[in-house]
Ligand binder design. Structure first.
Ligand code: A2P
Length: 279
């Protein structure tokens, strides 16, 4: 590639709603760090930004978007809300607060951040989100950290979940979770797509293709996500890392290379257990 970064490819979440497969994660950036990282990313070419109420950076993300000068409709903006809002009325209030903090009158995607099954109201939260789609406040809805048991209850209420954002990387492949997504037409979005200090970035299954293709290990892993059809939102505030993380659409991994990375799967569960952890 000659210095230019191709546009990210997208997946269709709902009719006419296309999510860029590669976005910028923003946790744990806050305040000026978050605003600067978002503005820089948009200038580099990012068109998808991922934030959440609980990251406490929505206002800063909004500042970064404003600073970048981008037209709102050029950008795909995702946020997530906490479990205190799990009711139809509560979700509407969560949306009003999030959109105000972000300085936008609509969201492209709004997610139930955690199911909190002990509270037992995540189905109502999903119903509230569907109402926000129906009245045009948000373009698409989804969930995060939902296990198959939680997704089944949403399905039984008559709702098809468009997307579930979960912790996925080569060592946390979550094969049963992702098989459930495929079976039910749920798009997988990967958070921490590069792992937290993922030792796999130094594994020959990753460094081999990196050397062969003249790419960095992070680019190989993000390309692995993309070829599996995952949405991925790596976080970095660093200019070079932001650039390389977006530049994963100009090369292709072979089936053998994908299989070797798949084989790094350890069977480890996600870091946080969504049957008990929530905010
Ligand atoms: P940094 O932020 O210093 O660039 P998350 O799980 O929140 O997505 O975390 C991403 C982690 O991966 C951060 O520690 C981030 O470090 C690191 N990271 C992001 N991009 C790259 C990259 N291109 N190469 C190596 N590490 C990266």
């Amino acid at each position: 590639m000659s210095g230019t970064i191709e546009k990210t490819t997208t997946a269709e979440l709902a009719p006419g709603v296309h999510i860029p497969l590669l976005g910028l994660g923003t946790w744990p950036l806050t305040a000026e760090d978050a605003a600067a990282a978002v503005s820089q990313a948009i200038t580099i070419g990012y068109r998808h930004i991922d934030t959440a109420e609980n990251y406490r950076n929505e206002s800063a993300v909004g500042q970064g978007i404003l600073r970048s000068g981008i037209e709102r409709e050029e950008l795909f903006l995702t946020s997530k809300f906490n479990t205190q809002w799990h009711s139809r009325k509560g979700v509407r209030e969560a949306f009003a607060k999030a959109s105000k903090r972000l300085g936008t009158d609509y969201l492209d995607l709004f997610l139930v951040h955690w199911p909190n099954p002990a509270q037992g109201r995540f189905v109502q939260a999903c119903e509230g989100l569907q109402q926000l789609v129906d009245d045009g406040s948000i373009r698409a809805w989804g969930v995060s950290n939902f296990k198959p048991a939680h997704l089944r209850l949403v399905k039984e209420a008559g709702l098809d979940v468009p997307v579930n954002q979960v912790q996925v990387d080569p060592e946390h492949g979550q094969p049963e979770q992702l098989a459930f997504h495929r079976e039910h037409g749920i798009r997988t979005a990967a958070y921490s797509p590069l792992g937290r200090n993922g030792g796999f970035l130094g594994h020959p299954a990753v460094t081999g293709p990196a050397r062969e293709l003249g790419k960095t290990p992070a680019q190989i892993v993000l390309r692995w996500h993309v070829q599996h059809g995952h949405v991925a939102t790596p976080k970095s505030a660093n200019y070079e890392r932001q650039r390389e993380n977006l530049d994963v659409f100009s090369f292709v991994l072979t089936q053998g290379q994908l299989d070797a990375i798949d084989a790094l799967e350890t069977g480890a569960p996600p870091r946080l257990d969504s049957d008990t952890y929530f905010h």
